[in-house]
Design a protein around this ligand. Structure first.
Ligand SMILES: NC(=O)c1ccc[n+]([C@@H]2O[C@H](COP(=O)([O-])OP(=O)(O)OC[C@H]3O[C@@H](n4cnc5c(N)ncnc54)[C@H](O)[C@@H]3O)[C@@H](O)[C@H]2O)c1
Length: 270
């Protein structure tokens, strides 16, 4: 059911790969709530993903953009200005990639060239997008930017490896740029720290199934689904959350503040 929460708003969605992607579900929700969208993903994802299917569903153009390329990001923001005839009201940054994890390198023995690429794609890309947007004045007054994070930024989850550092950096960029864009144009910037979710990126984490069921047992409300995350994104893009900025917002069914649950105690006592 639509509440027209984003009626008349325009937004860019990064990172919809297939129908499991958090970005995919968010694009569908934003469209349902009345937003006009522009979709983007890495050129390689255009070949392997299904983004064109989504583009048809939400009636949006697709502009390829490797977020680690200054040129691609500037081109994307310029095309967005042309397409919408001005700035956007919201941006979803739903991008992550660990090159060391992909290579199977242990956290204690990483390749630093790959690590810097991981941090560039997963974290500093948000900075690059915001800097290009600021230069071109491509986000409207009171616009809203959301990036996706994970609680490994605060607490240790050994198999999350270098992505823990990437998420800590991403959250820091939200705060630091959130200050500057807030002062300059009332643009708000937040991260959502989402429960483990079955997607292509999520499944790249070793032992993911165990991970997901542990989080489910440790969360009073259970794990938050990608659909729930999409709804939370809509609320942050809407005018009902205008004074929320520079925050890392846990969207995890209570996992982040739970010491232990009876379900886990029962299992440990067996
Ligand atoms: N799935 C989870 O358990 C979980 C939990 C918390 C946070 N997150 C975060 O949510 C975000 C979205 O991930 P997802 O779970 O929907 O998985 P996903 O694999 O569907 O999305 C990740 C996206 O990043 C894109 N990407 C990778 N490199 C890129 C590049 N160089 N340029 C542009 N795009 C690039 C991929 O093409 C893909 O669309 C990521 O930041 C992820 O870390 C995921």
């Amino acid at each position: 059911m639509s509440h027209n929460l984003l009626k008349g708003k325009k937004g860019i969605i990064f990172g919809a790969l297939d129908e499991n992607s958090i970005a995919w579900k968010t694009a569908l929700r934003c469209f349902e709530e009345g937003a006009s969208l522009l979709l983007t993903n890495a050129p390689v994802a255009m070949r392997y993903g299904e983004i064109n299917k989504l583009a048809e569903l939400v009636n949006a153009p697709v502009i390829p953009c490797d977020v680690s390329s200054d040129e691609d990001v500037l081109n994307l923001m310029t095309k967005s200005m042309e397409h919408f005839g001005g700035g956007v009201d919201f941006i979803l940054h739903s991008v992550g990639m660990s090159l060391n994890m992909r290579k199977g390198n242990h956290y204690t023995d990483i390749d630093y060239m790959l690590n810097s690429k991981t941090l560039d794609i997963s974290s500093m890309s948000l900075h690059r997008v915001l800097a290009a947007a600021m230069k071109l004045d491509a986000i409207n007054e009171w616009g809203s930017v959301v990036a996706l994070s994970y609680i490994a930024a605060q607490r240790v989850f050994p198999d999350y490896s270098e992505m823990a550092d990437a998420k800590a950096l991403l959250e820091s960029v939200c705060r630091s740029f959130g200050y500057h864009y807030g002062v300059k144009k009332h643009v708000r910037i937040n991260s959502i720290s989402q429960s483990p979710t079955k997607t292509t990126a999520g499944s790249g984490v070793k032992g993911f199934d165990g991970f997901i069921s542990y989080a489910e047992k440790m969360s009073p409300l259970g794990n938050a689904s990608a659909d729930d995350c999409a709804k939370y994104c809509v609320s942050l893009f809407s005018d009902f959350t205008r004074m929320v900025t520079m925050q890392n917002l846990f969207h995890d069914g209570g996992f982040s503040f739970t010491g232990v649950t009876m379900s886990v105690i029962d299992q440990m006592s067996e």
